[in-house]
Design a protein around this ligand. Structure first.
Ligand code: UGA
Length: 443
């Protein structure tokens, strides 16, 4: 099947590479000529396990190709996936300008029936707006061509994107057209052979499903962070509470890890956008507001704990950071808790000495050269000469630590663990002060 994908960001590139890998002919279109040239040369702009191999293999076989030429792209596939960015506007709503520009492009160049597939995370009602834009352009052209718009949101996680695409729980398709159902069935046939994972529903239900899924997951995390903060003040260990509640199948173990707050490109943006969508229809989404509020506060707890450990005297101190990315297996630092911490430390005149297995390039890009930031190339180098250690991301390399050794490295024996990686007893036995999340040691 011939498939066109607009946008070679996370979603577009993963979708394109995965669909090519199961035998479809995929053409990815991006307006960024430099990016397209780099992709053609096998250079992947993002760090995502397995993606480079997949792109390289499928580019070599000719099933995955890239272009900057819009007319060629529109001509190519019967399915036209829109996978461009939807950055937040100032008011938190999703900015649809890129999505609607693609719709315009498709309207301008199409010469036969097309199915436009919204894969970007877009507010409820976007499919209707895309339809209006395409219809408007066709009318201007004086063409009466047939087309359909459907919603097919993506549920992949950064760091596990390929696995999520190929072995995800479901493919959600919002459409009322039998013709579209047939084509989407053909598109996903290689994945639904063993198990029926294709879910057809109304367009608006599909659009809302995407936001509801992310908002639900964000809610679980904020709920757990709230319980952790309470546990801290009540002298209870939230890790025991987590196991205690997770064992109830109605609650489950997934996504109830307390920590230093959720980050990334999706949860913060989508919770805000859904809140905004709610207010557009004159509904106050109280729970969503609280989810965001709790998360905002949670991201500041690392700094609060440090500040209290140092009795407010953080100026001139050097703080070691293990982990900069918003989660492991990615170089993404969007809305990462590490940023809230670093920026707060800099404001009070402290220095940061940080190590991350993948995100240091991104950190350099974000903050440039500055005297109060040193990026080093190992976790050992990060703690050398530092006054305290903070763990912001649960990368595997941080899990096993010789705490006696760590104590000898640190000027003050302070470890703030935003990811609850260690057994408090073991850390404290080595003579370190250990401040985790919700583990009974409120300062
Ligand atoms: C999230 C969803 O998990 C995907 O299903 C969705 O497709 C994606 O957003 C999207 O909309 O594109 P992602 O942002 O890549 O994926 O990352 P997650 O693995 O969900 O983690 C999000 C944040 O929650 C991280 O900061 C993580 O540290 C935090 N988290 C996660 C917790 O604090 N506790 C948990 O128990 C789980």
């Amino acid at each position: 099947m011939r498939i066109t994908i607009f946008g070679t960001g996370y979603v577009g590139l993963v979708t394109g590479a995965c669909l090519a890998d199961v035998g479809h002919d995929v053409l990815c279109m991006d307006v960024d000529a430099d990016k397209v040239a780099r992709l053609e040369a096998g250079e992947i702009p993002i760090f995502e396990p397995g993606l480079e191999e997949l792109v390289t293999a499928n580019t070599a076989s000719g099933r995955l190709r890239f272009t900057t030429d819009a007319a060629t792209a529109v001509d190519f596939g019967v399915l036209q996936f829109i996978a461009v960015g939807t950055p937040p506007d100032e008011d938190g709503s999703a900015d649809l300008q890129y999505v609607l520009t693609v719709a315009e492009t498709i309207g301008r160049y199409m010469r036969e029936f097309k199915v436009i597939v919204d894969k970007s995370t877009v507010p409820v009602g976007t499919a209707d707006r895309v339809r209006e834009v395409v219809a408007g352009v066709l009318e201007e052209r004086g063409e009466a061509l047939d087309f359909e718009v459907c919603s097919n949101p993506e549920f992949l996680k950064e760091g596990a994107a390929i696995e999520d695409f190929t072995h995800g729980a479901r493919f959600v398709v919002g459409t009322s057209s039998e013709r579209v159902r047939e084509l989407m069935r053909e598109c996903y046939a290689p994945y639904i052979r063993l198990q029926e994972k294709l879910m057809f529903m109304d367009v608006r239900a599909a659009e809302l499903t995407k936001y509801a899924a992310n908002a639900m997951l964000a809610t679980k995390i904020s709920f757990m962070n709230e319980i952790a903060n309470l546990a801290e003040r009540l002298g209870a260990d939230v890790e025991q509470v987590r196991r205690g509640i997770g064992s109830d199948p109605r609650i489950g173990y997934h996504f109830i890890y307390p920590g230093c707050g959720y980050g990334g490109s999706c949860f913060p943006k989508d919770v805000r956008a859904l809140t905004r969508t709610a207010s557009d229809v004159h509904y106050e989404a109280q729970l969503l507001g609280a989810v965001e509020g709790v998360n905002h506060r949670q991201k500041q707890t690392l700094f609060d704990k440090l500040e209290r450990a140092f009795d407010g005297a953080l100026a001139g101190r050097t703080i070691a950071l293990w982990g900069l990315a918003f989660k492991p297996n990615t170089d993404d630092m969007r809305d990462a808790p590490s940023r809230t911490l670093m920026e707060a430390l800099w404001r009070v005149g402290a220095r940061v000495q940080a190590y991350d297995p993948e995100a240091m390039g991104e950190c350099r890009r974000l903050y440039g050269e500055r005297d109060d930031l040193t990026l080093v190339d190992s976790r050992e180098a990060a703690v050398q000469g530092a006054d305290a250690l903070v763990i912001c991301t649960e990368w595997k390399v941080f899990r096993m630590v010789d705490f006696d050794w760590l104590k000898r490295q640190l000027g003050m024996p302070v470890v703030v663990d935003g990811r609850n990686l260690y057994d408090p007893e073991t850390v404290r036995k080595a003579g370190l002060m250990y401040f985790a999340v919700g583990r009974g040691d409120s300062l």
